[in-house]
Write a protein that binds this ligand. Structure first.
Ligand code: CP
Ligand code: NVA
Length: 307
């Protein structure tokens, strides 16, 4: 049996994605009823973080504890990864001990390399190219507030970044339309847009992008690793701020999402992120429930592939 990884949303079929959302909703209800469910007793998740994190770290660690297992936080500062041990060697060693490896890193190619040498499932917890775990939570949140997202229209406003790429994958898998408004030169990768050309439109104007939309999403203007560009981007991205005027052009019941952390007064004004249409706190909480559903899919009833 080959090891199943979760490197992008395309590692799921459309049906699996929908089932995972439903399962996350069930797991959330079970937790809120204080029902004990420990399907990963004695199983261990290794968590490699080469970038900062609040939500991802806490949600994966909590998920493993609630599931009866454990998680080990590994940063390059205090592992041999930070001293140049090849990723292939680290993958072989870690996967001979832990049951799953979660990775947050820069280059998506490094994640793919690690997965090739890992005997256990590898989960993408954000690379420069994708953030699929966040989309699981966003789609659960939409489902809870408005039902199936199929046939709806979503506007992505801002940088054509890792989150935007994962939104493109989600549009393709779940059947929604995606309007992307980015400053020139900050569009998503052309090959990723082409992979979902039937449901994705790239535009310049945020005003045009949000018309008739059911969900408005944005993210920071400078992602982790782009700190040096942050000042220059402030000016270039200023017309892409999500304001109350922008929200007013969408459907009256449109929701607002942001993966967080947010910069109020930059990509979104406080009145929107802290306003009635914003569902960012549920979105953040749902990281826990969707990742539990993901861990269950990858690890429960799957025998570890050890030689
Ligand atoms: N949204 C998200 O991934 O948050 P963290 O960077 O805090 O993990
Ligand atoms: N695009 C952001 C997402 C943070 C969760 C980044 O990569 O920094």
């Amino acid at each position: 049996m080959s090891t199943r990884h979760f490197l992008t949303l395309n590692d799921l079929s459309s049906d699996e994605f929908r089932t995972l959302i439903q399962r996350a909703i069930e797991l959330k209800a079970m937790l809120h009823r204080r029902e004990r469910y420990e399907p990963l007793k004695n199983r261990v998740l290794g968590m490699i973080f080469e970038k900062s994190s609040t939500r991802t770290r806490v949600s994966f660690e909590t998920a493993m504890i609630q599931f009866g297992g454990g998680a080990i936080f590994l940063s390059p500062r205090d592992t041999q990864l930070g001293r140049g041990e090849p990723i292939e060697d680290s993958a072989r060693v870690l996967s001979s001990m832990v049951d799953c490896i979660m990775v947050r890193t820069f280059d998506h190619g490094q994640l793919e390399l690690l997965s090739r040498y890992s005997k256990v499932p590898v989960i993408n917890a954000l690379t420069d190219s994708y953030h699929p775990c966040q989309l699981l939570a966003d789609m659960q949140t939409y489902q809870e507030y408005r039902g199936d997202i199929k046939g709806k229209t979503v506007a992505w406003i801002g940088d054509g970044n890792n989150m935007c790429h994962s939104y493109i994958n989600a549009a393709n898998l779940l059947g929604f339309k995606l309007h992307i408004a980015c400053p020139e030169g900050f569009e998503p990768e052309a090959s990723i847009v082409e992979s979902a050309a039937h449901c994705v439109s790239v535009m310049k104007s945020p005003e045009e992008a949000v018309v008739n939309c059911d969900l408005i999403v944005t993210d920071v203007w400078a992602s982790m690793g782009q700190e040096e560009e942050a000042t220059e981007r402030l000016e270039l991205f200023a017309p892409y701020q999500v304001t109350e005027q922008i929200m007013a052009l969408a459907h009256d019941d449109a929701l607002f999402m942001h993966c967080l952390p947010a910069h109020r007064g930059e990509e979104v004004v406080a009145e929107v992120i802290d306003g009635k249409q914003s569902v960012v706190w549920d979105e953040a909480e749902n990281r826990l429930h969707t990742q539990k559903a993901l861990l269950e899919l990858l690890l429960v009833n799957q025998e570890p592939v050890r030689e």
